[in-house]
Write a protein that binds this ligand. Structure first.
Ligand code: ADP
Length: 192
């Protein structure tokens, strides 16, 4: 199953993706994690991405597409994948669509985790205290939410227009949200 998880920073994409990975037995591809690994390794790409990420802005589409193509072409994606953090703008959504068409593996579902902004801010503040991520400072969080609202929200419309979008209420206990996501992926008897 090929699945993309959509949602604002703090909506719980990463947490739910980690669980879905066990449930569906397909890899979890987080572009944020891939970028943080490059930063930690001190690679050329990591050096380029580091400051942009710390500011809460988007790393260049070209870098992301290259990274994604490399990752999706690995053997472990034969049965699908869970994509988390990509696409983040319409250019990326088009690029992903073209890539999947090229390899003959269309996206099965786009699941949006819907969480109100006040709760996002609260959750990120809690995570900042626990994990100390460089981009979880108030200024960067504000920027990431703004980038989400202006650049990523149109991606939701993109998947809606392609008939692939499922919206899931992301408010509640982790298990509760997980069960909602799993139900959203169940094949519906009433197709067409
Ligand atoms: P969050 O969802 O909490 O913002 P992520 O781990 O998904 O966290 O992303 C962290 C940062 O990595 C983003 O703010 C951005 O700078 C960079 N990043 C991740 N994915 C992408 C992407 N698809 N395009 C551009 N930049 C990205």
């Amino acid at each position: 199953m090929r699945l993309v998880l959509l949602g604002a920073p703090g909506s719980g994409k990463g947490t739910q993706a980690a669980r879905l990975k066990e449930h569906l037995q397909v890899p979890h591809i987080s572009t944020g994690d891939l970028l943080r690994a490059e930063v930690a390794a001190g690679s050329k790409l990591g050096l380029e991405a580091k400051e942009v990420m710390a500011r809460g802005e988007l790393v260049s589409d070209a870098i992301l597409l290259g990274m994604l193509e490399d990752r999706v072409s690995r053997a472990d994606t034969a049965n699908g994948f869970i994509l988390d953090g990509y696409p983040r703008n319409l250019t990326q959504a088009d690029a992903l669509d073209a890539l999947l068409k090229r390899i003959g593996q269309p996206m099965d579902y786009a699941v949006q985790l819907d969480v109100p902004t006040e709760l996002l801010v609260e959750r990120i503040a809690g995570r900042a205290a626990a994990e100390g991520r460089a981009d979880d400072n108030p200024e960067s969080v504000r920027k990431r939410l703004e980038v989400y609202n202006t650049q990523t929200a149109p991606v939701i419309e993109f998947y809606r227009q392609h008939g692939q979008l499922t919206v899931v209420d992301g408010v509640g206990a982790l298990d509760e949200v997980f069960n909602r996501v799993v139900s959203a992926l169940a094949p519906t008897a009433d197709v067409g």
